[in-house]
Design a protein around this ligand. Structure first.
Ligand SMILES: *[C@@H]1O[C@H](CO)[C@@H](O)[C@H](O)[C@H]1NC(C)=O
Ligand SMILES: *[C@@H]1O[C@H](CO)[C@@H](O)[C@H](O)[C@H]1NC(C)=O
Ligand SMILES: *[C@@H]1O[C@H](CO)[C@@H](O)[C@H](O)[C@H]1NC(C)=O
Length: 709
């Protein structure tokens, strides 16, 4: 925990421009100081910066790491900085301190102090500006603990055992600029603490087990510029939690349990410039989450295990935003093409080390000031969606990092994106639903809520729909050319479909358990991904989705009944009933001649489909078509893949005759032989097809999904 927080502090200090230690390296070294120095200590004139960053040459006595149990003597009278770090001190002869009229900085960190009074009970030390008490054994701060230090500007109390702080503990610290009480055992934040600190600029509160901040807890901190609330276990933020922080520029929520961006609370700090939400449990960056934060310059959304998607208009009208970091989110596979709106100053977009398959060109085009994009260490799909990054396009902002490699398609795998020419990338592409957005199994408690997130990128833009375990199809009809409707639609009392492809269920009951399939489809084809939802009853008996459901209700009492609806010269329309979601339904067909052996073709039927127009048939020919129902092979309940778990329904028919009165209607060669057509097609698109198979995707030609078996 500690190194992470140290890093975070340094990061924030750099942002606010008040991080003194970071720049010490380039300054003059220590000078000799000829004085009678306590034994084993080192006395030198050293560079020193006041809390408001003014440089001093400070007479410094350095007695660090000496196993001291007492103050070493004599301390030179003009000592400015006294360092006693890493000793065994539990009390201090304060009379000695009063003999040091210029004592400004006292470092007692990493000792054994358990009572703050042993240091501060004496009469006033008006010169002291900085007191280090971190890593001691302090557990309580009584009223007016520091009233003898009226000019103190910096107080370090981090990494103690503080759990009790009196409401007026800081009374008298009128000049305090920085307070570090991070990494203690504080469980609640008392607004009264801060009343005594009108000038406070930096407050480090992180690393305390505070689950909720009070409303208006920081109301009196009108001068606060930087607030660090990292590592606290915060689950949500009250709407008024940050009210009154008029001067706040930098805010960190690093490593908390937030599941949503605290948009309402953030609206109360309009001056915010730097925001760190790294390492939270946020699943979606939703529409409007970051809207109209007109001062925001840098935003960090890194290291989020659960983040799957950045939605449309997630960042909207952030006119000062120059740097956006969304990295190391192992499940982040989707950024909406219009996720970023009105970010006119964004220069640096860091998106490395996610699960992104592509970045839509629209994103790049919508960012007029973009200078740098980092996309390395993503499973990038080097096809149509990513053509803007290819060699031929030489976009000024492409990512040069050597690790920016293609993961797909197979023949471009491990090539550097920059070295692939745009000619090698196809101009349009199939939908692909990244597997990181949907796990294969999700359990939910009965009566609970569940959201299944399905996203897909493709060109042309795909339509998405869902099929429920009972075979109900939710979403736009395939006839509709409209993309996903923008308003959420309520489909039944249980299901709600959100614009980008999320299926929400509320008050889940065991009857909703089972296999849910998301289908993303465009003119080129479709991709599907299924998730088994298990509903755990309040009796704690686990019902394991499909497996459980099917044991109770045998699958193949399902009446599939394949029927021929309409026969043409070159097509047949088939339909069937299916009261269950079986994503591995297949259709196979074969021309039947008495004298010839003909190949069998198969196509997978997308979940939720109950009719099919089988085209490119030959006229005046007998065909036999079979519908094969089977439990999804990808399902982990593999034991169910026994013989009983298959069912086949077949029908035969003859295609119509070609009317002789129309000799001009000559069949083009492609239509005469399905086999020939398929061969050409599969051959020329071989590469695409191979990569697609892996993803369980179908390729389609016209309206026929075909692959050769
Ligand atoms: C304290 O500092 C001031 C200003 O630097 C200096 O003039 C004075 O001599 C110092 N006092 C002692 C006791 O060294
Ligand atoms: C997702 O796909 C990648 C590559 O195709 C594979 O390595 C990974 O194991 C898959 N993850 C899951 C959860 O299926
Ligand atoms: C089926 O496909 C054929 C050939 O493409 C077409 O002429 C016919 O109109 C289609 N029928 C339906 C109902 O879509």
């Amino acid at each position: 925990m500690r190194p992470a927080l140290v890093f975070s502090q340094c990061f924030l200090c750099l942002l606010v421009g008040i991080c003194v230690p970071c720049i010490v390296g380039s300054l003059p070294h220590a000078l000799p100081w000829h004085v009678s120095c306590p034994s084993r200590c080192v006395c030198q004139i050293k560079p020193w910066f006041s809390p408001d960053s003014v440089y001093h040459e400070a007479p410094t006595v350095d007695c660090n790491n000496l196993l001291l149990t007492k103050l070493p003597l004599p301390v030179p009278t003009n000592t400015h900085t006294l360092r006693l770090q890493s000793n065994l001190l539990s009390e201090l002869n304060t009379a000695v301190l009063h003999g040091l009229p210029n004592l400004t900085d006292l470092d007692l960190s990493q000792n054994r102090f358990s009572l703050v009074r042993t240091i501060t009970q004496s009469s006033s030390l008006p010169t002291l500006l900085s007191l280090h008490l971190e890593e001691n054994h302090l557990s309580r701060l009584p009223e007016a603990s520091f009233s003898s230090l009226p000019n103190l500007q910096e107080l370090f109390l981090n990494h103690n055992n503080l759990y009790s702080i009196a409401p007026g503990a800081f009374t008298g610290l009128d000049s305090l600029l920085r307070l570090h009480i991070n990494n203690n055992r504080i469980t609640t934040v008392d607004p009264r603490w801060f009343r005594a600190l009108p000038r406070l600029e930096v407050l480090m509160l992180g690393g305390n087990p505070v689950e909720a901040l009070p409303e208006q807890g920081f109301l009196t901190l009108k001068s606060l510029r930087s607030l660090v609330l990292g590592g606290m276990g915060l689950r949500r933020l009250a709407e008024k939690a940050l009210e009154g922080l008029e001067s706040l520029e930098s805010l960190s929520f690093y490593d908390n349990l937030l599941t949503k961006v605290p948009t309402q609370a953030l609206r109360r700090v309009p001056g915010l410039k730097f925001l760190d939400l790294n390492k939270n449990r946020i699943k979606l960056i939703d529409t409007g989450d970051f809207r109209d934060m007109i001062q925001l310059k840098e935003l960090g959304l890194n290291n989020m295990e659960e983040l799957v998607s950045i939605e449309r208009a997630a960042m909207d009208n952030l006119p000062e935003l120059t740097k956006l970091e969304i990295t190391n989110n192992p499940r982040l596979s989707y950024i909406h093409p219009r996720a970023f709106l009105q970010l006119s100053r964004l220069e640096s977009l860091m998106l490395n080390s996610n699960s992104l398959v592509a970045l839509h060109q629209h994103i790049i085009l919508s960012l007029p000031s973009l200078q740098e994009v980092s996309l390395h260490s993503n499973p990038l799909r080097c096809d149509c969606l990513f053509r803007w990054a290819a060699k031929g396009f030489s976009h000024p902002h492409t990512d040069d990092a050597p690790a920016t490699l293609c993961a797909e398609p197979q023949e471009l795998r491990a090539r550097r994106v920059k070295e692939v020419s745009s000619r090698e990338m196809s101009a349009s592409c199939l939908p692909m639903i990244p597997n990181s957005s949907l796990p294969s199994y999700i359990g939910v408690r009965g009566g609970g809520k569940l959201a299944l997130h399905c996203r897909a990128l493709a060109d042309p833009q795909p339509k998405l729909y869902w099929v429920t375990p009972s075979g109900l199809r939710l979403g736009p009809t395939s006839a509709s050319s409209q993309a996903w409707n923008d308003t959420p639609c309520k489909l039944s009392k249980h299901y709600r479909l959100l614009p980008e492809g999320t299926l929400e269920m509320s008050k889940v009951t065991p009857s909703e358990a089972g296999l849910y399939t998301c289908i993303a489809e465009n003119a080129l084809g479709a991709d599907t991904r299924s998730v088994t939802v298990g509903v755990h009853g309040s009796d704690r008996k686990r019902k394991k989705g499909v497996a459980g459901t099917m044991k109770r209700d045998p699958l193949f009492k399902t009446d599939a009944r394949l029927e021929v609806r309409e026969v043409g010269q070159h097509y047949v329309i088939l339909s069937w009933q299916n009261s269950r979601n079986l994503p591995s339904t297949r259709l196979s067909w074969q021309a039947i001649y008495s004298n010839a052996h003909t190949p069998t073709y198969t196509t997978r039927i997308l979940a939720g489909t109950q009719s099919f127009n089988l085209t490119h048939l030959q006229a005046e020919t007998f065909y036999r078509v079979c519908l094969h129902l089977r439990v999804n092979e990808g399902n982990k309940h593999a034991s169910l893949r026994s013989r009983e778990s298959r069912k086949t329904e077949c029908v035969s028919f003859r295609t119509k005759e070609v009317p002789q009165s129309q000799p001009s209607l000559q069949l083009s060669p492609e239509l005469i032989s399905t086999a020939h057509l398929d061969f050409v097609f599969i051959h020329t698109k071989h590469s695409t097809l191979s990569s697609i198979r892996q993803h369980n995707t179908l390729y389609t030609y016209n309206d026929l999904y075909v692959y050769h078996t």
